[in-house]
Design a binder for this molecule. Structure first.
Ligand code: SF4
Ligand code: SF4
Length: 107
């Protein structure tokens, strides 16, 4: 179950997101998808299986396990959404790491 991680991320990330209502609810129009929400189980796995003091190691794992499967990323590894700072998963990734690592996994 990853619902408790999502609840924690909503409180810390969705409240800051330009596409949120500032209270944690998403206001993204239905024709758009949030990469954080769409890939959340993989994001949790990336964070839980990376053990490093260096955020670049987490970012490398994100590129390898999530961005490589995302339709927004080009074959050459670039992403125009990322370049526009318009991907909440990429933009808030350091906070997302903190939230997931700081949230206890219920037994
Ligand atoms: S776009 Fe994603 S990160 Fe932003 S409020 Fe919606 S679900 Fe949260
Ligand atoms: S940074 Fe780009 S490729 Fe990676 S998840 Fe976000 S939109 Fe997809």
């Amino acid at each position: 179950m990853i619902d408790h991680y999502w609840t924690a991320v909503q409180k810390k990330v969705c409240t800051k997101c330009i596409d949120g209502d500032r209270y944690g609810e998403c206001k993204l129009p239905p024709q758009f998808k949030c990469a954080l929400k769409e890939n959340f189980s993989r994001v949790v796995h990336v964070v839980q299986t990376t053990d490093s003091e260096n955020v670049l190691d987490y970012i490398a794992a994100l590129r390898r396990d999530v961005c490589s499967k995302c339709t927004e990323q080009s074959a050459n590894g670039t992403c125009y959404v990322r370049n526009l700072l318009d991907c909440p998963l990429d933009h808030y990734f350091p906070i997302i790491i903190e939230v997931i690592e700081g949230t206890a996994n219920p037994a």
